[in-house]
Design a binder for this molecule. Structure first.
Ligand SMILES: Cc1cc2nc3c(=O)[nH]c(=O)nc-3n(C[C@H](O)[C@H](O)[C@H](O)COP(=O)(O)O)c2cc1C
Length: 353
């Protein structure tokens, strides 16, 4: 079986490991997912955070780290699977990052947290596939029309992220608070309709709250080309985050997972810990701004998201922000990427046969 065909490439399993910043999905996690025939995705959100020059020159440190992480992933994968880099549209210097990343040895650029309307203009290497993340049929329609009108091309595949995802969410507070009728299923159907209206058959990948092989099989049956999963990959030995970060998931209960405000302007979903409780009652001023997100106003921001995410991924979880998908509390143990993918594929086979 093969899945998600684009540019003469494909996946052996219908799974993309979602990009997780800061530092949660780097070369080790991505490489091990690739080795199983899936797509590994390295997050371009401050991957150079451990570089001694990071604070002085984040751009150079981040590109240097990305090159090293890509090399590591390729070495681990031994020619298997596909490799993506995830870039957030809300990132400062998005154009500069995208242009530079478009020169690296990767198969796909995935881009969300805003609509990547100008992405085709920035990537000159035609072998690199482009995959926007959208959260509505309307956004899928608008983006496809714009890319075709301006650049005579369509996305190679589209990732649809629903309201149960982790990290930043592409929904307004009102949409989330009202427990709107929108589900990943309904947005998937809206996107299918949008592509029908455009007369385009672009592969669709769904993300947000997919937890078991049965969940994956249900979307494959509806016509999805693959799924993107992130939260489950945190609880793997190979995940690039500190052990303390992973342990947060083993102890989290359903009621510990909630929405948080983010300087990105988008709502996020995280585990409510000491940091979140404090940040909800008082402002935590940045120590040293590295100019990470365009919408952030350092003088008034409720907290520094880069500092909070770096604290968390480095193991200082009490002073850090631990992003999670809605299913984070369901994680019971840490396993290898191989064991996780084996379990998911067995569940898929049991339903699909
Ligand atoms: C810890 C964490 C960090 C994330 N960071 C990013 C990111 O930097 N960029 C992005 O586009 N999505 C990010 N996401 C979203 C994931 O890539 C993915 O689409 C989503 O979480 C899928 O839902 P699931 O976690 O329920 O599987 C993040 C998710 C988590 C849990």
């Amino acid at each position: 079986m093969s899945f998600l065909h684009f540019k003469g490439k494909h996946l052996d399993i219908p799974i993309i490991q979602g990009g997780m910043g800061i530092g949660v999905s780097l070369g080790n996690l991505a490489g091990h997912v690739m080795k199983e025939g899936g797509m590994g995705v390295i997050s371009a959100a401050q991957p150079g955070y451990r570089d001694p020059d990071f604070k002085r020159d984040p751009f150079t440190a981040n590109i240097k780290a990305l090159k090293a992480e890509i090399k590591k992933a390729r070495e681990i994968a031994q020619g298997k699977g596909l490799l993506g880099v995830n870039i957030m549209v809300a990132a400062q210097q998005y154009d500069r990052y995208a242009t530079e990343i478009g020169l690296l040895d990767i198969d796909v650029i995935i881009s969300g947290a805003g609509l990547p309307l100008e992405l085709p203009n920035l990537i000159k290497n035609e072998d690199i596939a482009l995959a926007p993340i959208v959260s509505s049929g309307k956004a899928a329609y608008l983006l496809c029309r714009r890319w075709f009108q301006r650049y005579l091309r369509y996305p190679d595949f589209i990732i649809i992220e629903g309201p149960l995802a982790g990290g930043h969410l592409g929904f307004s507070w009102d949409e989330l608070k009202a427990h709107s009728e929108q589900t990943l299923e309904s947005i998937f159907e809206d996107c299918k309709k949008a592509l029908e209206d455009l007369g385009q058959n672009i592969p669709l990948v769904v993300a947000g709250g997919i937890y078991t092989g049965t969940d994956i099989a249900a979307f494959l049956k509806k016509g999805a080309a693959a799924v993107q999963m992130a939260t489950r990959f945190i609880a793997t030995f190979e995940c690039d985050a500190h052990e303390n970060f992973k342990q947060m998931f083993l102890s989290a209960k359903k009621e510990d997972i909630d929405f948080v405000i983010s300087p990105s302007g988008y709502p996020g979903r995280a585990i409510v810990n000491e940091f979140v409780t404090l940040m909800r009652t008082q402002r935590i001023p940045p120590i040293q701004c590295v100019n990470c997100l365009r919408p952030c106003k350092p003088a008034t921001t409720p907290y520094c998201i880069t500092e909070a995410l770096i604290n968390a991924v480095s193991g200082d979880v009490d002073h850090g922000l631990v992003f999670t998908g809605t299913n984070g509390y369901r994680i019971e143990k840490i396993v290898s990427v191989h064991a996780l993918i084996d379990e998911l594929m067995n569940e898929i086979k049991a339903v699909m046969i």
